[in-house]
Write a protein that binds this ligand. Structure first.
Ligand code: ACM
Length: 272
């Protein structure tokens, strides 16, 4: 199957412009089974008030960005994971969705909020989601399991572990990473310790809407279940990358002939 990501430089609050930019970058490649887009990819990241979050947040699945992504998935016969500011019942969440030609498949609200996100959003209240998407290749139609976590979730190994134990073969990781090197390193480890593919779609650029200047670190990447870097981007350019992967590799948890990384776990000795 073909998996890709888009690395952009969203302009804060310019929702239509940011969506158009992502669509233009996605149109460079055809026949991509799964796209991953950054966290908060249409709104931008650095809110200055809860009122501003309320203004830019959208409903899921009825809001314009989710609906446009579903149309795009239908046109391209593809599936798309993307990060969106969500509003629901008087609360705002840092959310991510998986959509396809059939509509909304997964919906996740970020559990581990980073820094000022704790002022802007309510903490997530949805489990880590895993959904199957159909993939057709020369051998016919099969299903691949896609898990979702968002950015700072990368520093909580339980996030990727939970997704992998639920069967995720590919972990989609929309991100707005700001600490240089952290997420790129931890996601490599998350891929190795769970023997799954990880796709981190990060953004670039700077937001300085308060006295705190945020610089986003780019270096989006796709990692194999063995920890190999299959593709990555620079830290200062918009980019789109697509690679061919064999998701069946993520079903084999054997590290050595004697070590199945999942069967070897000793949960009876954990968290006591
Ligand atoms: C982050 O979670 N956006 C750093």
């Amino acid at each position: 199957m073909r998996v890709g990501y888009v690395q952009t430089a969203p302009r804060f609050g310019e929702v239509e412009r940011n969506l158009c930019r992502v669509q233009a970058l996605m149109s460079i490649h055809e026949k991509v089974d799964l796209w991953v887009l950054p966290e908060l990819f249409v709104s931008g990241y650095q809110f200055v008030s809860r009122a501003e979050v309320k203004e830019l947040a959208e409903t899921i699945p009825d809001g314009p960005t989710t609906q446009q992504l579903i149309r795009l998935a239908q046109q391209q016969n593809s599936h798309i994971v993307a990060g969106i500011a969500e509003k629901k019942g008087g609360y705002e969440y840092n959310a991510a969705i998986l959509v396809g030609p059939a509509g909304l498949l997964s919906h996740y609200r970020k559990l581990h909020l980073f820094a000022e996100e704790k002022e802007w959003f309510s903490p997530g209240n949805t489990p880590f989601p895993v959904s199957s998407i159909p993939v057709t290749d020369s051998l016919g139609k099969s299903f691949v399991k896609i898990g979702i976590m968002i950015c700072f979730d990368h520093l909580f190994p339980e996030a990727a572990r939970t997704l992998a134990i639920r069967g995720a073969e590919i972990i989609a990781h929309p991100a707005n990473l700001v600490i240089p090197g952290y997420g790129q390193l931890t996601m490599k480890v998350r891929a190795m310790e769970n023997r799954v593919f990880t796709v981190t779609a990060n953004r670039i650029g700077t937001e300085a809407r308060t006295e705190k200047r945020l610089h986003f670190t780019g270096e989006s990447q796709i990692i194999s279940p063995c920890g190999d870097l299959l593709v990555s981007s620079a830290n200062d350019i918009e980019d789109v990358q697509v690679v061919e992967i064999d998701p069946a590799l993520a079903r084999n948890k054997m590290l050595t002939l004697n070590n199945d990384l999942f069967a070897d776990r000793r949960p009876e000795f954990y968290f006591h």
